[in-house]
Design a protein around this ligand. Structure first.
Ligand code: CS2
Ligand code: MG
Length: 402
């Protein structure tokens, strides 16, 4: 089953997406998400200029071999651009394999390990009252798990706070916006927010919080300890994890469960974190960690060390990645929780899909392959527009950690 053609489709239905479409001689096609927020065209070029010429004529059934060929054969290993491109090819090949065998991808991955996939929604607010009403909206919509973010008074543009009702988009078109940051104000402000949320909503709801890599290890240990009475499901990205050993310090100081990894693109980014059981949830995802082939290996390795999965699922991961994540989540034994930021109606129209949400749970559906397609005519009506994530500066102007 030879690959005979490939297209890299860049579109912007509300935000930018890069999609790889592989076509086989049998008339099948497979899709892979290749979106790297704020650096989209680098991946598009990596694919069209360097990878697609290697794919034409290859057997689409050789998923593992193609992964190894692109990873080990390139000499230059790892990195977000490379791994996103490999992830796109790998995802498209799993999609083709499912269609060729007329089964949904989760069946190829070992079948259902659970009835459905629990997801968490994003309750954001510009102040405490609007944050509480956002939590209520998600609770009423059936979510069992809710991430709570609240703008810190006196700081301009706290990252992670949405614009619009039940919708959140991290990037902004044009030049990178700036936000301000103060660890002192943040650490004073956040614990009482959770105290209030627990008081209003009771003990059952799973609550999560994303620190967006803003703290040092000892500050993160302090925040984790302050949040212990409100028993979070997880505290996310408390510290940037290039230095995996940092998490030893965080772990020593708190029993709040820790999640990290949305920026990871390789198993080598998390070997210490996993083997030393320094984290509870691994957030690497299909698109940025090299596809289903690579993510399954990370999950299987993590299973040995009591680490569960908690895939990143922001709006900058396209519905193609969302579908792949749901097939993965449904099948892998050590699944923990899946992030679900709802895409805009324009995005959903470009990417018709079989996955569905009901009562806080999602299911990838029974369509063969991933169960997601791209309407290329609709995509063509939304041309690419350069966009960036914000840059954070401390109150004295110093660039702050992401
Ligand atoms: C966030 C994202 O979803 C999350 O947990 O951290 O907003 C993330 O910052 C963006 O997806 C980055 O592209
Ligand atoms: Mg995050």
């Amino acid at each position: 089953m030879k690959i005979v053609d490939a297209r890299v489709i860049v579109c912007s239905p509300g935000r930018n997406f890069v999609t790889l479409k592989l076509m086989t001689e049998d008339g099948l096609h497979g899709l892979g998400d290749a979106t790297l927020n704020g650096r989209e065209l680098a991946v598009a070029s990596y694919l069209s200029d360097h990878v697609v010429p290697l794919l034409i004529g290859r057997d689409a059934r050789r998923i593992e071999d193609t992964w190894q060929y692109l990873y080990k054969g390139a000499y230059w290993r790892r990195g977000p651009v490379t791994m996103t491109a490999i992830g796109a090819v790998d995802t498209a090949l799993w999609d083709i394999a499912g269609k060729a065998m007329n089964v949904p991808v989760y069946r190829l991955l070992g079948g259902r390990s659970r009835e459905a996939v629990m997801v968490y929604g994003h309750a954001n607010g510009a102040d405490l009252e609007s944050t509480l009403s956002a939590v209520e909206k998600f609770r009423a919509a059936g979510y069992h798990a809710i991430r709570v973010q609240c703008a810190v008074p006196g700081l301009e543009g706290t990252y992670g706070i949405g614009r619009g009702d039940m919708f959140y988009e991290p990037a902004t078109r044009g030049a990178p916006p700036q936000s301000t940051w103060s660890t002192e104000r943040y650490l004073t402000f956040i614990p009482p927010v959770f105290e209030r949320v627990r008081r209003e909503f009771g003990p059952e709801l799973h609550l999560l919080h994303d620190v967006h890599h803003r703290l040092t290890p000892i500050e993160a240990g302090r925040l984790g300890r302050l949040l212990e009475p409100y028993h979070l499901f997880w505290m996310e990205d408390a510290v940037a994890a290039e230095l995996q050993e940092s998490f030893r310090i965080v772990r020593r100081h708190t029993t709040t469960p820790l999640a990290v990894g949305e920026v990871f693109n390789s198993i080598y980014d998390c070997t210490t974190l996993i083997q030393e059981q320094l984290i509870d949830y691994m957030r690497a995802t299909v698109v940025h960690a090299g596809g289903l082939t690579a993510l399954r290996k990370i999950a299987n390795f993590a299973e040995v060390y009591h680490v569960r999965t908690g895939c990143h699922g922001a709006t900058d991961l396209s519905p193609v990645c969302m579908a792949a994540a749901l097939h993965f989540d449904l099948s892998v034994h050590n699944f923990g929780l899946q992030e679900y930021m709802r895409h805009t109606p324009e995005t959903d129209a470009v990417f018709p899909h079989a996955y569905s949400f009901e009562g806080g749970l999602m299911d990838p559906g029974e369509a063969p392959g991933l169960g997601v397609d791209i309407d290329e005519a609709a995509a063509g009506r939304h041309p690419y527009e350069r966009a960036y994530l914000p840059v954070a500066r401390k109150l004295d102007g110093t660039v702050h950690s992401w």
